[in-house]
Design a protein around this ligand. Structure first.
Ligand code: AMP
Length: 374
């Protein structure tokens, strides 16, 4: 158990980096996983987003790569030593930011290999001999096929949001990627839920893993205030505009389709709000601009579809609105986990049209309680 960031198992350089990041105390998942990872154990962590899981694996990974008396530091050598696989480009980019924030001062170099971007800059990034590769499985697989990198020097592999990665159909790529990494690597797997597919992956690729559960499995972060409005489809836009007018703060709105995201964004923009959109039809540079603009506060409202919004990390999101009900309880929990991250608290409001009541009932069954009605 690493109960404070002053723990002598962390190097001074890391303690400084953590202080600069503004983290004062470890979150529960960090308390539980940093020690075993530093000891070289394989690990399966049941942790949803918003628990601090990224830093929970980034801190010990960086320590193992550069720490004063690290086993890996002595190995040195040419070639990447850590790999993080993430389901979406946004999550990969944010994970890279965490690694840069915590590892740059110690000289840790990262490269992000994600789809939707041209190969050129990624190949150039690989030439700079990165220590840590952060990738989506599809694009990493393309690089392997082109032989632009090898994974034979890896010491640590992290499978982040494993459940979502498998849901998105990445199982074959993940399997094939793992097959070309050294057998004696250390493997860390994080997942919000533990379906059979994830258990199978863990059984096949992890060696006597430590199991860590960051609180209740797949239950929304306790600090989120949830609220439900029953609203017919045509009532949803006026309701959203009313809520945006009544309160302040950054608001993330989820819609079912790209088309609806565009339509709602037009209505919100016409009502005078600073609004942007994030969905799969937007180019990588448009997505970055939207996310950066939302993060910096240039946009107050971000309208997004599920997949695109996976991994969004904006600490100040005050309010998450489910303009359309998500299809599964897991998606509901992931969406509302966008607010009340780490130490903040937040609100999550859902609009349920009559045809969405079945989805609502399934979500409430999973939560074990009804979502409070307005
Ligand atoms: P994650 O669950 O990795 O998406 O992290 C959620 C948020 O918590 C991110 O904004 C992190 O920067 C932040 N965070 C991570 N660890 C800590 C900590 N120990 N104290 C405060 N904030 C943290």
């Amino acid at each position: 158990m690493l109960c404070t960031f002053k723990d002598p198992r962390l190097t001074l350089a890391m303690r400084d980096a953590i202080a600069r990041a503004g983290y004062s105390t470890p979150t529960p998942i960090q308390v539980q996983v940093i020690g075993p990872i530093l000891e070289g154990r394989d690990l399966i962590g049941c942790a949803q987003t918003g628990t601090g899981k990224t830093a929970a694996f980034a801190i010990p990974t960086i320590e193992l790569l550069v720490g004063a008396d690290s086993r890996l530091a002595k190995l040195g050598g040419a070639g990447p030593r850590a790999l993080v696989l993430a389901p979406t480009r946004e999550l990969a980019l944010q994970t890279a930011e965490t690694f840069d924030m915590l590892g740059r001062a110690q000289g840790v170099k990262t490269v992000v290999l994600i789809g939707g971007e041209s190969m050129g800059p990624q190949l150039a990034g690989l030439q700079r001999r990165p220590d840590v590769i952060i990738a989506t499985p599809g694009r990493l697989f393309d690089h392997l096929e082109r032989r632009s990198l090898g994974l034979g020097t890896l010491r640590i592999v992290v499978l982040d949001e494993a459940d979502r990665m498998l849901d998105m159909g990445f199982a074959p790529q993940v399997e094939r990627i793992l097959r070309v990494t050294p057998l004696d690597r250390q493997t860390l797997c994080f997942s919000a839920t533990m379906p059979t597919e994830v258990e199978t992956l863990v059984r096949r690729h992890l060696v006597r893993p430590v199991r860590v559960d960051a609180g209740v499995i797949a239950k929304p972060v306790a600090k989120v205030t949830q609220m439900l409005y029953k609203a017919a489809t045509q009532e949803k836009t006026p309701l959203l505009l009313r809520l945006l007018g009544e309160e302040r703060g950054q608001t993330l709105v989820f819609t079912r389709t790209k088309h609806r995201a565009d339509r709602v964004a037009r209505a919100v923009g016409a009502a005078g709000h600073r609004v942007t959109r994030l969905h799969a039809d937007r180019s990588m540079s448009q997505r970055r601009e939207a996310l950066d603009g939302f993060r910096s506060g240039r946009y107050r409202v971000l309208i997004a579809t599920d997949i695109a919004a996976r991994g969004i990390d904006v600490p100040e999101i005050a309010h998450v609105v489910n303009f359309d009900m998500p299809h599964t309880a897991e998606d509901y929990i992931h969406r509302i986990g966008r607010t009340a991250r780490a130490e903040a608290s937040g609100r999550a409001t859902s609009f349920a049209a009559p045809e969405e009541h079945e989805q609502l009932r399934a979500i409430e069954r999973h939560l074990g309680h009804p979502v409070p009605r307005n």
